[in-house]
Write a protein that binds this ligand. Structure first.
Ligand code: SAM
Length: 451
């Protein structure tokens, strides 16, 4: 059990009253392990000791924490390891229409991958992270997840604010004092202070003020944190409602059925929800949903015209209506990319784009396509590409960047390798060998002894 800062303990005792002892005991308990499946890649949990999570269609608790690094399915983006209370977001979203969604504080990508799995093919997700190093991790996780209608950006909230009325949904999973992570990351207690909570609350208000102009009338704002602090949770929402009368609370129904605590905000019941570890199987979390008054305008459909693909690319892609409708082909730094058509509003607004759509690879007349890793992991890859299914041991060796001696369906050329039906990456068949084309920065860098 971490040593709790005295001022935190005192505040939580006041906040929870008689429940404080149970809260304290829960903080010393085990951290539940949970995963959320990628529905485009697998449909059932790959782990035997899984139990379903009631509030998310594709999520599971695992009785024991597996070695994710040794599991090829983890590297293939078949599931995301996500703390369970964060998955309550699923209950707050209606993604049945084509929408533009901004995940403003997105790294490492837990909420973004949740949204990407649920949104329509005609929607666009902009996953933003201000800190460049974290934006790279986010981009890697988005590539692994395989959805083409995602863009990773790295811009300050105020840059988005200038794109007036552009998004139907904005998620602000705000940087916070992290009290809800004290069990999972005990060292977080050493960064905590009352001043840090105050600083976080000021920053959260700034972030919301800066980004809000880009929410459309009729659009939805979801604000969440991983702290128990009312100052960073309900008080931020109260402040926001007092500042901006175009916003109203838009309560999420029935989250208390899953163990979270419904909170009154300015007299509105269920204005927010808090998760405490003694009541909810997960870490600390707060979520609130608001709406900007007005009618949401329907998103105009992109046209199907103007997209054609060179023969060498057609063989690699699943050229469904979705692709013609929503993507265009563009060469960027010598690489072909399938880009969501709806990008110009970001470019015009000078939002720094880190990555967009799917990297297809380098194309030249002599050698055809040298396919990119992003294409191997993409859900838009075609079904006629030659593939070889690997055993777990072979898949691990592939991910350690070893070549494989293995028969392939073609004698020479590009072959996808798979594990349990999920694509891992490219090899090139030649003389009975599969030469390994996994990019160096995607390889496993640790020893996998008997895992
Ligand atoms: N949504 C992420 C997920 O589910 O994986 C977790 C986001 S984390 C709670 C908050 C993020 O906000 C961090 O990645 C942090 O770098 C970013 N951040 C920090 N300061 C910020 C600021 N001033 N404006 C916007 N984002 C900020």
């Amino acid at each position: 059990m971490p040593e709790l800062p005295a001022a935190f303990k005192k505040r939580m005792q006041a906040q929870l009253g008689a429940d404080y002892d149970d809260f304290y005991v829960a903080l010393s308990g085990d951290v539940p392990s949970s995963i959320r499946l990628n529905p485009k890649k697998i449909q059932t949990s790959p782990f035997e000791d899984s139990t379903t999570i009631a509030y998310h269609l594709n999520a599971y608790f695992l009785a024991t924490r597996p070695s994710y690094v040794a599991d090829p399915l983890f590297h293939a983006g078949a599931y995301y390891v996500q703390e369970a209370s964060s998955m309550l977001l699923y209950q707050a979203l209606d993604l049945s229409k084509d929408l533009r969604i901004l995940d403003l504080c997105a790294a490492p990508g837990g909420k973004s991958t949740l949204v990407a799995s649920e949104m329509t093919e005609g929607s666009l997700l902009v996953s933003n992270e201000v800190i460049p190093k974290r934006a790279s991790v986010l981009a890697e996780n988005i590539t692994r997840w395989g959805y083409g209608n995602c863009v990773v950006t790295s811009a300050q909230p105020s840059i988005f604010g200038k794109l007036e009325e552009s998004f139907d949904i904005i998620l602000v999973d705000a940087p916070c004092s992290g009290e809800g992570m004290f069990r999972k990351e005990p060292h977080a207690t050493s960064h905590w202070s009352e001043d840090a909570v105050e600083t976080c609350a000021i920053r959260q208000k700034e972030i919301l003020t800066d980004v809000l102009p880009c929410l459309k009338a009729g659009g939805t704002l979801i604000y969440s944190t991983c702290t128990f602090s009312p100052q960073e949770n309900q008080q931020v929402i109260e402040w926001l409602l007092e500042q901006d009368d175009s916003l109203e609370l838009y309560p999420i129904k029935n989250l208390e059925a899953f163990g979270s605590k419904a909170l009154d905000i300015l007299g509105v019941s269920k204005g927010g929800y808090a998760c405490y570890p003694h009541k909810f199987q997960g870490e600390g979390f707060f979520i609130s949903r608001l709406r900007k008054k007005g009618e949401l305008s329907a998103r105009s459909k992109a046209d199907k015209e103007g997209v054609s693909f060179p023969k060498e690319l057609e063989a690699y892609l699943n050229l469904s209506d979705d692709v013609f409708q929503n993507y265009k082909l563009q060469e960027i730094k010598g690489n072909q990319r399938l880009l969501p058509k709806d990008l110009s509003f970001l470019q015009e607004g000078k939002v720094k784009i880190v990555q967009a759509g799917v990297e297809l690879g380098k194309l030249d007349n002599k050698h055809g396509l040298r396919p990119a890793h992003g294409l191997a992991l993409s859900n838009l890859i075609g079904e006629d590409v030659p593939v070889v299914e690997l055993t777990k041991e072979e898949a691990q060796r592939y991910l350690l960047k070893e070549d494989l001696v293995k028969a392939a369906p073609i004698e020479k050329g590009w072959v996808l390798v798979r594990y349990q039906g999920v694509n891992l990456g490219w090899t090139k068949a030649s003389q009975g060998r599969l030469n390994n084309y996994l990019p160096m920065n995607w390889r496993i860098r640790t020893q996998l002894d008997n895992q």
